[in-house]
Design a protein around this ligand. Structure first.
Ligand code: DGL
Length: 268
């Protein structure tokens, strides 16, 4: 591995672009190769066997692009496939997931708090966040809630309106989330509605999203391994496994910039 190689990252679709946007800010020299598996979106309802299969194939693609890192920029895939991908990739690249950096952040800055995690059914039912939080911070009280409507809601552009407010209210007023002190947005789509969520709790709950925490963690890992690119890398590349004008349009909302999606044929 050497410092000029790109950062490979993937998500089920465009949600992981929230993480890509944070990496671009914190690590502007790094070239990003992004893969959004839009042909198989959503991962939240898929079996772990399918997610492991997709993740392996996408990792092959990112390794062919010479990536020094495979960043699983999807909570559902991080919960279902991290260990398998780490074994599969071996020493060809560093493998990073989006769950562990957030858990470490909570254990360091909010120990012993009543912490809730929300995410897709796949992420919540896997119990990964809950187990890792209890492991790192035995004093914290962990509660969880699957909020599967948030992904289609955001993807359909219901972000700042009556519909999104009603769905946010309906989920977040569930008894499970009563008296929480910290809330983990355990899905890479959710930073898009972070402000509305903070507002729902009258700004009295610490709402944590993975984007900047994961980008900061990536910075530390690259720096420790002497793999930070000292000069500006090549242009970022964004691949999708199914291309529509619609994905192109919402990708801009997630990446907060103009973006050109390239259709990949890995599933053909
Ligand atoms: N972005 C995925 C995650 O972080 C959720 C979207 C999906 O269900 O595919 O879990």
């Amino acid at each position: 591995m050497n410092s000029s190689q790109p950062i490979g990252m993937f998500d089920s679709g465009v949600g992981g672009l929230t993480v890509a946007a944070a990496i671009r800010q914190i690590l502007p020299n790094e070239q990003i190769i992004y893969f959004g598996d839009t042909a198989h979106l959503p991962y939240g309802d898929k079996s772990s066997e399918s997610i492991v299969y997709y993740s392996r194939k996408i990792s092959d693609f990112l390794l062919e692009k010479n990536s020094k890192v495979i960043l699983i920029a999807c909570n559902t895939a991080s919960a279902a496939a991290y260990e398998q991908i780490k074994d599969y990739v071996g020493d060809k690249a560093l493998v990073i997931n989006v769950i562990d950096p957030v858990v470490e952040h909570i254990a360091e800055f909010y120990p012993g708090t009543k912490t809730a995690v929300i995410g897709t059914k796949g992420t919540i039912n896997s119990g990964t966040y809950q187990a890792r939080l209890r492991e790192k911070d035995p004093d914290c009280q962990v509660v969880s809630l699957a909020t599967p409507m948030f992904v289609p809601m955001i993807e359909e552009g219901f972000i700042f309106d009556d519909i999104s407010n009603a769905i946010i209210r309906s989920y977040l007023s569930k008894p499970e989330l009563k008296n929480i002190e910290t809330l983990i947005l355990g899905c890479t789509h959710y930073p898009i509605i972070k402000n509305q969520i903070r507002k729902f709790f009258n700004f009295g709950v610490e709402v944590i999203d993975s984007a900047s925490i994961v980008a900061g963690h990536l910075h530390n890992v690259l720096s420790e391994k002497k793999l930070l690119n000292p000069q500006k890398g090549n242009e970022n590349q964004f691949y999708v496994s199914d291309h529509t004008d619609y994905f192109e349009k919402i990708a801009r909302i997630f990446f907060e910039d103009k973006i050109n999606l390239i259709l990949s044929d890995i599933w053909k």
